[in-house]
Design a protein around this ligand. Structure first.
Ligand SMILES: Cc1cc2nc3c(=O)[nH]c(=O)nc-3n(C[C@H](O)[C@H](O)[C@H](O)COP(=O)(O)O)c2cc1C
Length: 162
């Protein structure tokens, strides 16, 4: 089996976008974190997945919730990515956001967002794989998305034509 550090280095070479996955807790307060494990799975039915560290404080909230939002961040939203990847207990405090039509929190000025409901969930090693049904897909702006590779945030300048 591969050494975990080598695996982390190699997987870190795979450049991804960055999203904030969010829901509301039992009291209705927003809860979310930065992820780059988000991918599209199926168009019919429309499915996406992402993986959550089993030890995450947010796991009970994501397990209990029934509506979710995935906000894809723009290249100028690196500070938000850092904030939602940190240890702040209430990362939404002071961050402009709104409730989507299904009620989950959506980051203002994100590049695009999805509203989802649960579809499947399974355990895989030290992570939980969440598969969600996409109920609504909203507004792709022409703004370039935030990129992440090798532990660093950046721009996808040539794709964006910039
Ligand atoms: C670019 C980036 C991508 C991340 N992707 C994931 C992910 O896909 N799944 C995950 O569980 N944590 C991911 N994290 C870490 C979480 O954002 C971080 O552990 C979390 O916000 C801290 O709260 P927790 O310790 O309660 O999970 C990522 C962090 C960064 C910086």
């Amino acid at each position: 089996m591969a050494d975990p550090d080598a695996l982390r280095r190699v997987c870190g070479a795979f450049a991804t976008g960055v999203a904030i996955v969010a829901t509301a807790n039992a009291e209705g307060a927003p809860c979310g974190l930065t992820v780059n494990s988000f991918i599209s799975v199926s168009l019919s039915p429309p499915l996406v997945l992402w993986t959550l560290r089993r030890a995450s404080r947010t796991l009970p909230t994501f397990d209990r919730a029934r509506t979710y939002a995935i906000s894809i961040l723009g290249e100028d939203q690196g500070d938000l990515a850092r904030r939602f990847a940190g240890s702040t207990a209430r990362p939404f405090d002071g961050v402009p956001h709104r409730r989507g039509r299904l009620g989950a929190p959506v980051i203002d000025d994100c590049v695009a967002y999805l509203e989802c409901s649960p579809y499947d969930r399974f355990e895989a090693g030290d992570h939980i794989v969440f598969v969600w049904l996409v109920e609504q897909a909203h507004g792709v702006s022409q703004r370039p998305a935030l990129a992440f590779q090798g532990g660093r945030y950046g721009r996808i300048a040539s794709i964006a034509g910039a």
